[in-house]
Write a protein that binds this ligand. Structure first.
Ligand code: ZN
Ligand code: ZN
Length: 359
């Protein structure tokens, strides 16, 4: 893989922000820009130099996988970074919002008191916002694993089995099929627990007449998939069926609107308006979706507060839900790629109503 295009994006960012250097410590940003897959390192980028620093545990690995002008081994991180910053002769320094206060303080204490430190927030989000063909292909493969993984365990999703047994079996199936790791702790929320948007799998036993929401994904070559299905176990009440149909329609309407130039807040609004019109507006508390890539949750955010516009190459989720206390809940989630013509759904599990005991 060539990193020159990505490096150029970072260099452009430096010039847009009028900075001499970027200090990156977030593993996903480091991996994106130089290929390092370990968990501890610092990347310094100037318009002309890309320097990767790490400790002795990662020296061999970095020499093999890192694409940088040089790899430096440090004993004490703050010393190593400050020394390089002095060598690079920089003055205006941008650093990530996720960097711990103590770490930044360490760099500052060891460095030149005249350096100007600029805390970057949303500015860095643009870096990984548009996915390349390679990235899209890996994300698509991670989504294919979701389809195969769920198919493998579908027979066990029956009354009498515990939620955590379903989660474990699904994780095992995904790993066996080639996933590096689950993308996050798998959510299996059945019956009344479905009213908790992030109800992790518990010891609760699935019952006939319930809906079960399974929110899961996996990681492949560092990239994630994220998808939610809500399945019916036997005959469900009219109310549960109504909320399912409402969420599905909200999902379908938002999905069908995805195209370059569409405001992301508009997608949220389309789904939210439908849920409101059906009388469930108070029970959809979260945003419609989020970007997915090297992180499960990354830019862009799809919510009423989103300011971003859909652009070709963006990958994000569409995941409306209704969570009715003491009744149950439904969430339906797909990952979508914005294409030149409109969109492509990357996740492949059908989202239409399915009663897994009857059909
Ligand atoms: Zn999800
Ligand atoms: Zn999600």
């Amino acid at each position: 893989m060539t990193y020159s295009h990505r490096r150029q994006k970072a260099v452009n960012l430096l010039s847009d922000l009028d900075l001499d250097v970027l200090i990156l410590c977030q593993p996903e940003n480091i991996r994106y820009l130089c290929g390092f897959t370990g968990s501890d390192g610092v990347l310094l980028i100037t318009p002309h130099r890309l320097v990767f620093l790490t400790d002795s545990r990662y020296t061999t690995q970095s020499n093999e996988e890192v694409s940088a002008d040089c790899v430096i081994e440090y004993k004490i991180q703050a010393d190593g970074v400050a020394e390089q910053l002095l060598t690079l002769g920089v003055t205006r320094i941008g650093f990530e919002s996720g960097l711990a206060f103590g770490v930044v303080k360490g760099f500052q204490t060891k460095g030149d008191p005249n350096w100007l430190w600029l805390h970057l927030k949303d500015e860095l989000h643009t870096l990984r916002l548009h996915k390349s063909a390679d990235e899209i292909s890996v994300i698509g493969s991670a989504a294919e694993l979701n389809l195969a993984g769920l198919a493998e365990i579908e027979e066990m999703i029956r009354p009498g089995v515990r939620e955590d047994e379903v989660a474990l079996a699904l994780e095992f199936a995904l790993r066996k099929l080639g996933a590096e790791e689950k993308a996050f702790d798998i959510i299996v929320a059945s019956g009344l627990r479905g009213a908790m948007p992030h109800g992790l799998a518990s010891g609760k036993v699935l019952k006939d007449g319930e809906l079960v929401t399974i929110d899961f994904g996996c990681r492949l070559s560092g990239y994630h998939s994220d998808e939610t299905v809500t399945l019916a176990l036997g005959e469900v009440s009219d109310e549960l069926r109504t909320i399912f149909d409402t969420v599905l329609e909200a999902h379908d309407r938002a999905l069908a609107t995805v195209a370059p130039g569409v405001a992301l807040c508009k997608l949220d609004q389309i789904a939210r308006d439908h849920i409101k019109a059906c009388g469930y507006g108070d029970y959809f508390g979260h945003g419609l979706g989020h970007g997915v890539g090297l992180e499960v949750h990354e830019a862009p955010t799809v919510s009423p507060r989103s300011t971003a516009i859909a652009e070709e190459g963006m990958v994000f989720t569409i995941e409306p839900g209704i969570y009715l206390p003491a009744v149950g809940g439904v969430r339906i989630e797909d990952m979508v790629l914005v294409t030149a013509e409109g969109y492509l759904t990357l996740t492949k599990i059908p989202k239409t109503f399915r009663n897994i005991l009857l059909n």
